[in-house]
Design a protein around this ligand. Structure first.
Ligand code: NDP
Length: 334
């Protein structure tokens, strides 16, 4: 718990209001609303941006590189830059065609690495196949690596259980777990997925919070047995409504990271007029967890949408402010 208090105090300012529940006695099916927790985080970041502006004379800036025409990537980038604007942070967007040469992106990263108004750099993933994703990501200066993917930041997180810049989705999930008021120490957490952006950093953060951690992946045998033993399930495998309610231990906390689109006969069909600015596509968004069957079994569950997603963006902006402060303090010392 000390670790989480440190998270709350140092990285995110004030500790989130903590309600004390015991998982065994907590009511079932409580919705862990990412929208609400993210709103608190954004408020805090907005205040920090103002303080930064007053002291440094500019607001922390985020650069986002978008390659190609994937509608989901474009939507994520738009949502990130819109949130930046709301919090008073400048964002610089660089769009490249699908066929862009790798050298052009390296040149842009070089420029951004050296640009003092840019505190955070994010390359929207996935990239087209002809680009070497890992080489490009590692080229981002570790002090501006707001996605927490640079080996320096990953290594620090793995060794010390914390890092100045760490992956946004797992950081956001830790905030959500704090918001449940549950004591995480000694709990068995089962993570489904071992990606660099979710599964692996999630394991480091949960270990640092003194959980017992099991990481499952596509070759894991007896997956359901592992899930059935979990006090905390983090589902990040990218398979729509995969985790079923009868796999879940009674009273577990279920964190659904998945973002999947599936056909929905009730959704406005493709080509229909847009509703609230969103075009109809005959699809609906679901997570990696079958919400209807899991909700009655668990103590807490994150919805999709409105669970982990809003936290990821809030943490990205928090990372950008953290990076701004760290770079400013470093410059003062030189
Ligand atoms: P990846 O595709 O990079 O990784 C998926 C992981 O799931 C892999 O480790 C894979 O195993 C594992 N896996 C696949 N099938 C199974 C299975 N049947 N049983 C157990 N494990 C399995 O995905 P990401 O980590 O990038 O994303 C996961 C999901 O989370 C996606 O739906 C994505 O859209 C969503 N996401 C949501 C975010 C948010 O803000 N809400 C942010 C990031 C991602 P193996 O390694 O063996 O292949």
């Amino acid at each position: 718990m000390k670790f989480l208090q440190r998270l709350g105090h140092i990285r995110f300012g004030r500790q989130l209001p903590v309600r004390r529940f015991c998982q065994e006695t907590a009511p079932r099916g409580q919705v862990l609303c990412g929208k609400t927790v993210a709103k608190e985080c954004r408020k805090r970041v907005k205040k920090q941006v103002k303080e930064f502006q007053e002291i440094v004379g500019r607001a922390p800036g985020l650069a986002v590189l978008l390659v190609g025409n994937r509608p989901d990537s474009a939507a994520y980038v738009m949502s990130k830059t819109k949130t930046c604007a709301k919090l008073g942070m400048p964002s610089f967007q660089y769009n490249f065609p699908e066929s862009v040469r790798e050298s052009e992106i390296f040149t842009t990263l070089d420029y951004l690495n050296k640009n003092d108004s840019v505190d955070g750099i994010l390359v929207q993933l996935p990239l087209p196949k002809h680009l070497d994703e890992d080489r490009l990501i590692q080229y981002i200066h570790p002090h501006k690596d707001v996605d927490g993917l640079n080996v320096n930041n990953v290594g620090t997180l793995t060794s010390y259980g914390d890092a100045p810049l760490k992956a946004c989705t797992p950081s956001g999930i830790m905030q959500l777990l704090v918001a449940t008021g549950e004591d995480l120490e000694g709990k068995h957490a089962v993570i489904m997925g071992r990606s660099d952006i979710v599964g692996k950093p999630m394991a480091s953060l949960l270990l640092a919070a003194n959980c017992t951690v099991t990481v499952c992946h596509s070759r894991t045998k007896n997956l359901q047995t592992h899930i059935g033993m979990a006090d905390i399930v983090v589902a990040a495998l990218g398979k729509p409504e995969f985790v079923q309610g009868d796999w879940i231990k009674d009273g577990a906390i279920v964190i659904d990271v998945g973002i999947n689109k599936i056909p929905d006969p009730n959704a406005p069909p493709a080509g229909s007029p847009s509703l609230k600015g969103k075009k109809g596509d005959g699809m609906k968004m679901v997570g990696d967890v079958d919400y209807a069957s899991c909700k009655p079994k668990c103590s807490w569950i994150t919805p999709v949408p409105g669970g982990v997603g809003p936290m990821t963006i809030a943490m990205l902006l928090q990372n950008t402010v953290n990076s701004g402060w760290a770079r400013y303090k470093l410059a003062q010392k030189e």
